[in-house]
Write a protein that binds this ligand. Structure first.
Ligand code: GLN
Length: 191
């Protein structure tokens, strides 16, 4: 278990916090700066940040095809916030580079100005109560076939899984709670 390496896409955004959570679970966190780095890791986290920026850099660095191949090989991917947007098949508005791997539609900055950032207690499937931090967060507007909703805020979908793909609108790396990362590590062990 100590040898499991999890990559964190290191183009922009909250990279270190994810790596610290991974290390706290006894796995190894690897900053993925180039597509070739993907060959070293068993799973990949796409962090929060600015999805337009990360998306542009992904195209520029040749990550789009490399990450799609990584997914096709059955290796788990977890997207948080901007990472969730990048995983989505489509977004409700605008046009920006996406990986389009997961059968969800995401709405960017969905909570509006009043709710730029906030905390909420969620009841996450298979994990339980979790204090979630949202920052200019998207939400999941619609889920398609074979997608399982894992958490809702009111009746808004904020976390989902489709096979080896996991997405959350919130930032579990910003809390001391390791359980969402543990859940992802378990997905990698099962893959
Ligand atoms: N608002 C950002 C976007 O649309 C996401 C914010 C985040 O990742 N914390 O890309």
């Amino acid at each position: 278990m100590n040898n499991i390496k999890i990559g964190v896409l290191a183009l922009q955004g909250a990279i270190r916090e994810h790596t610290q959570h991974i290390e706290a679970l006894g796995a190894t966190g690897v900053a993925v700066k180039w597509p070739r780095d993907l060959s070293e890791v068993a799973g990949l986290i796409i962090p929060g940040g600015e999805s337009t920026t990360i998306g542009k850099l992904m195209v520029e660095y040749g990550f789009t095809e490399a990450i799609r191949d990584f997914n096709a090989a059955g290796k788990p991917i977890y997207g948080t916030c901007a990472g969730m947007i990048l995983l989505a098949k489509k977004i409700t508005e605008g046009n920006q580079p996406l990986l389009s791997l997961m059968n969800i539609e995401a709405r960017r900055n969905a909570f509006g100005r009043q709710r730029e950032s906030f905390e909420a207690d969620l009841d996450i499937k298979d994990i339980g109560l979790f204090k979630a931090i949202f920052i200019r967060a998207p939400w999941i507007e619609t889920v398609g076939e074979s997608v399982e909703t894992m958490a809702e805020f009111g009746n808004i979908k904020v976390m989902a899984r489709q096979g080896s793909l996991l997405a959350s609108a919130f930032h579990p790396e910003l809390t001391g709670d390791l359980r969402v990362h543990k859940y992802f590590l378990d997905m990698i062990k099962e893959a």
